[in-house]
Design a protein around this ligand. Structure first.
Ligand code: AMP
Length: 538
């Protein structure tokens, strides 16, 4: 080692909470419980409970590298879990409770979760999937106090614990260990084109660097005086990194639990003096409609981060009238998730109000730590605002491949194919124009077009089917199904829609079904979705 060179300390997630507990001890964490009451704690108290939980995890046999599952909404308990699991060197596998039971079981099984923590409201999900997880799952912990414990039958050999009772049985005597910053800390599954979820394994190093970038002035611009409300769930790419960026800066965290309707969000934003919040556009559309209905304004809200699907320009204009700036961001689970963020450049200042809004509505420009480019057959596309290309990225918090899927590896230097298509403006702002992956994004949740098509094809009167995304003012996108009937059959859109009942979650059922004579095919016989999108997406 060179004499006098800078110190080297591993970039560990535990360092974030340790910093918050020591230097922002009073920093507040507010959580809305299931009964809508608010629980209040501080970073110092939360760190002590995380240490207790770390001891509990060790007693339950959690070992470095082992996966611990969570089925939980945004709460102080989920936050403690993040830090305790990651801090001990285990891997926090957040699972989206909105997925079909089959997918939840697939994820917990593929991740080989040994312990699963779940909100009491998700006990029925645990009851349904636990029998399929007997191979690796040994312990279930319900995130509540004893009086709220649900009746939860588990297969023989699996133990059930009450979270608060478990914590009470352990002390705070725990020192956060130091280990390699390239160890895994989180595992989040994202919908794959094949319909099966794919795991993205976050490292400590990537998570800490991503949080530091998130806090930058031209990104969230977080201050210790900010109060942050992540509406985006902690099971969607770690709530976009806000549970790491906020304590790093000392900003308060306000966690909404399962109360995500516009009324509840507005009362939390105003009542808890929130200054910045993050969520998919559908959330902000709903909140805006409610606010208009009441003829009200926000009490303290200054800025919103939004993404996950395109943020409508008109929505930004409406929020601007309320004194709230919407920052448009783009990324994916595979990029932790922030790759681009929309903030003005010096060139923006020369634009008139309309042109500024046009630029603000784009997906933004690359943040430091990630490089993004668009590629076509000729290589990287020019930044001319016209030439489309497949968007690829690489950087400190980009996945090198999917968890336990070596065939997907792009390595450390490779460009990760995002499945999004876009153009670059001359100033370097990315505009998403299309998607090559066969997925539809509705209200922040994925719908697999392949899954929708497979069900349609199983219908006795259907010969061929294709599902595409169509723009929707409320949900961003909705699935549209186009079917070609079998000879002499006349299925109706109603009968086809009814055929989906109980096969997929309600929100995955196509709103509209078009009966067509034929579908366009390419040279290899594949259905030409691009052609279908041209024909029907408008
Ligand atoms: P996820 O992995 O669930 O976070 O989804 C990532 C995908 O959501 C991206 O690859 C895009 O297809 C889409 N997406 C994310 N952000 C935006 C945005 N700002 N505008 C349009 N689509 C977006």
């Amino acid at each position: 080692m060179l004499m006098g060179l800078m110190q080297h300390q591993p970039l560990l997630v535990s360092s974030i909470l340790r910093h918050a507990a020591r230097h922002h001890a009073e920093g507040e964490v507010v959580s809305r419980r299931d009964d809508a009451t608010l629980a209040r704690t501080s970073y110092a108290a939360l760190e002590r409970r995380a240490r207790r939980l770390a001891n509990a995890l060790l007693a339950l046999g959690a070992r470095p590298g082992e996966r611990v599952g969570t089925l939980a909404m945004n709460s102080d308990r989920h936050l403690e879990l993040y830090y305790a699991v990651m801090g001990t060197g285990a891997v926090c596998n957040t699972i989206n409770p909105r997925l079909a039971h089959g997918d939840i079981a697939y994820i917990a099984d593929h991740a080989e979760d040994g312990i699963l923590f779940a909100d009491p409201a998700f006990a029925p999900i645990v009851a349904a999937v636990a029998p399929k997880l007997a191979k690796t799952l040994r312990t279930v912990v319900i995130l509540c106090a004893e009086p709220d414990m649900p009746d939860l039958p588990l297969p023989a050999g699996m133990t059930l614990h009450c979270y608060e009772t478990l914590l009470a049985g352990h002390n705070e005597d725990y020192a956060w260990p130091a280990f390699d910053e390239n160890a895994a800390c989180g595992l989040c599954y994202t919908s794959g084109t094949t319909g099966r979820p794919k795991g993205v394994l976050f490292s400590h190093r990537a998570t800490v660097l991503h949080a530091m970038t998130m806090a930058m002035g031209d990104v969230t611009g977080l201050r210790a005086t900010d109060r942050v409300l992540p509406v985006v769930p902690m099971f969607h790419v770690n709530a976009w990194g806000l549970p790491f960026a906020a304590p790093m800066i000392g900003a308060a965290l306000v966690l909404p639990g399962r109360h995500l309707d516009p009324d509840s969000i507005i009362s939390l934003l105003d009542g808890e003096r929130v200054t910045i919040s993050g969520g998919v556009p559908t959330v902000w559309l709903g909140v805006l409609a409610k606010l208009r209905e009441r003829g009200a304004r926000f009490a303290t809200l200054q800025r919103l981060m939004s993404g996950g699907s395109a943020v409508p320009r008109a929505l930004m204009a409406e929020y601007a009238k309320l004194g709230v700036t919407i920052s448009h961001a783009w990324g994916m689970t595979e990029s932790s998730p922030v790759a681009t963020w929309n903030s003005p450049k010096p060139s923006t200042l020369a634009l008139d109000a309309e042109a500024r809004l046009d630029e603000q509505a784009t997906q933004g420009r690359a943040v430091f730590g990630i490089d993004v480019r668009a590629e076509n057959e000729a290589g990287e596309t020019p930044w001319d605002g016209r030439t489309q290309g497949n968007l690829v990225f690489r950087g400190h918090w980009v996945a090198s491949g999917y968890y336990r899927m070596p065939e997907t590896s792009v390595g450390d230097d490779g460009w990760f194919p995002t499945g999004d298509v876009g153009v670059f403006s001359p100033a370097g702002y990315v505009v998403l124009t299309d998607r090559t992956k066969d997925l539809i994004k509705s209200g922040g949740e994925w719908i697999s077009s392949i899954a929708i098509e497979n069900i349609a094809i199983a219908h006795p009167e259907v010969a061929e089917a294709a599902a595409i995304a169509v723009a929707d003012p409320k949900w961003g996108e909705r699935p549209l199904l186009i079917v070609v009937p079998r000879p002499d059959c006349t299925p109706t859109p109603e009968s086809l829609r009814a055929f989906y009942k109980d096969k997929v979650p309600g929100w995955s059922i196509p709103d509209r079904v078009i009966i067509a004579e034929s579908l366009p095919h390419g040279a290899t016989g594949k259905i030409l979705k691009t052609e279908l999108r041209k024909r029907y997406a408008g």
